[in-house]
Design a protein around this ligand. Structure first.
Ligand SMILES: Nc1nc2c(ncn2[C@@H]2O[C@H](COP(=O)(O)OP(=O)(O)OP(=O)(O)O)[C@@H](O)[C@H]2O)c(=O)[nH]1
Ligand SMILES: [Mg+2]
Length: 368
């Protein structure tokens, strides 16, 4: 018989004792269950914390490595700029201005940075040249944070946009197709169903290149023959993605210059065709810029954004160049957010652009 019922049928004193034992057993069971739950929760948090710090560390290392050339160049210029000086004065500020301009930060952004450092020097009276890296890091990071609002989530799909359609544009060789492959990989890793569209029908090799990325990532690539209408490919891609209930669609386009009117009109046509299936598509028109071209990347961004609607920027090839300062200038000067940076050719070498992490990595002085 159940212990509790048994207690009810037995003489009173004996029953009391049994109820007491029963209650104690119950309490111990509950305590044990609570302990198990807490143990599982804490273990989960510790394991998740471990992995996220591991991935965070890997991301940081890839960024540090990718920015190595820019960093070496900026540091050697700063060392020259402050040689023999212990205090940040007019002359050091003049030299610093030159360092920033020649590091592709851009004139406007450089002037804004120098103004901020001047204000700091005026306020603190004595600023030692030893502190200059740290000051630069703080002032640039807060300048970039002032002008921009942070974009949400890493590889999340905004609510109500299903599938989320990204159209990738830019000049020849900027890194569009590679960025699409890396993006597809990240979305897939985040558990999203991705479909790619090979709307660069200009060259057979371009279609093949995207197909190879599709295979690597494990996502379908919608394609037609070389020379077919890019808008038709975009239409097929979106229809297929919708039928498959995909989360993300990324459309590759041929490289084009902003001043080639026909090619720019082609982009408009691709967009209009997409709208027949998803009225608010494309949700993101991403302009890919080659960071290693320095000042040229600014020009491209300026001209391209004038010629067509662009909603986000990706700056590639920051590894292997000393012109990484361009990201600071572009992020400061354009209303359009820099969303991603490319720090290598590998599938993992695309990062969500985090202003503070970027500036930290650039101005971190390892010798200290
Ligand atoms: N080092 C480095 N190379 C990159 C990066 N992104 C792209 N590349 C290389 O840049 C070259 C051109 O990249 P693509 O992705 O083909 O450029 P695209 O804009 O699609 O070129 P078109 O289709 O011809 O207009 C390739 O060799 C890529 O491997 C990067 O972040 N770092
Ligand atoms: Mg391409």
């Amino acid at each position: 018989m159940h212990l509790f019922l048994k207690c009810l049928t037995e003489p009173r004193r004996k029953t009391d004792a049994k109820i007491l034992i029963f209650c104690n057993i119950q309490k111990e069971c509950i305590a044990f269950l609570l302990f198990c739950t807490n143990f599982v929760t804490y273990s989960y948090l510790i394991i998740m914390g471990f992995f996220s710090s591991l991935f965070g560390k890997e991301k940081k290392e890839a960024l540090d490595k990718g920015l190595e050339k820019t960093k070496t160049s900026v540091f050697s210029k700063i060392s020259r700029a402050i040689a023999g000086k212990s205090k940040v004065d007019e002359e050091v500020l003049d030299n610093l201005e030159e360092v920033l301009v020649t590091s592709d930060v851009g004139v406007d952004t450089t002037l804004r940075i120098i103004e901020r450092i001047e204000a700091r020097v005026a306020r603190d009276k004595y600023v030692s040249t030893d502190e200059l890296n740290e000051i630069l890091r703080d002032e640039i990071a807060s300048l970039l944070e002032e002008n921009n609002t942070d974009l949400k989530g890493d590889f999340d799909v905004p609510e109500g946009k299903h599938p989320y359609v990204i159209m990738v544009v830019g000049v020849n060789g900027a890194g569009k197709t590679t960025t699409i492959g890396k993006l597809a990989y990240q979305y897939k890793k985040a558990g999203k169903k991705v479909v790619l569209g090979a709307a660069d029908t200009f060259r057979a090799a371009a279609i093949e290149q995207l197909a190879v990325w599709g295979e690597r990532v494990g996502c379908p690539v919608i394609r037609q023959n070389m020379g077919s209408d890019p808008a038709a490919v975009a239409y097929d891609t979106i229809s297929s993605a919708k039928a498959q209930d995909a989360d993300v669609v990324i459309i590759d386009t041929a490289g084009r210059l902003h001043n080639k009117i026909n090619l720019m009109n082609e982009l408009t046509k691709i967009k209009q065709v997409m709208k027949k299936i998803i009225p608010d598509a494309p949700h993101d028109v991403m302009l890919v810029l080659d960071g290693s071209t320095g000042q040229n990347a600014y020009e491209q961004a300026k001209q391209f954004t004038k010629a067509t609607d662009v909603t986000s920027l990706a700056i590639t090839k920051l590894d292997g160049t000393a012109k990484g300062g361009v990201v600071i200038g572009i992020s400061d000067q354009f209303k359009i957010p820099v969303r991603y940076i490319g720090v290598g050719e590998g599938i993992e070498h695309l990062q969500v652009f985090d202003r503070r992490e970027f500036v930290d990595s650039l101005f971190k002085n390892e010798e200290k």
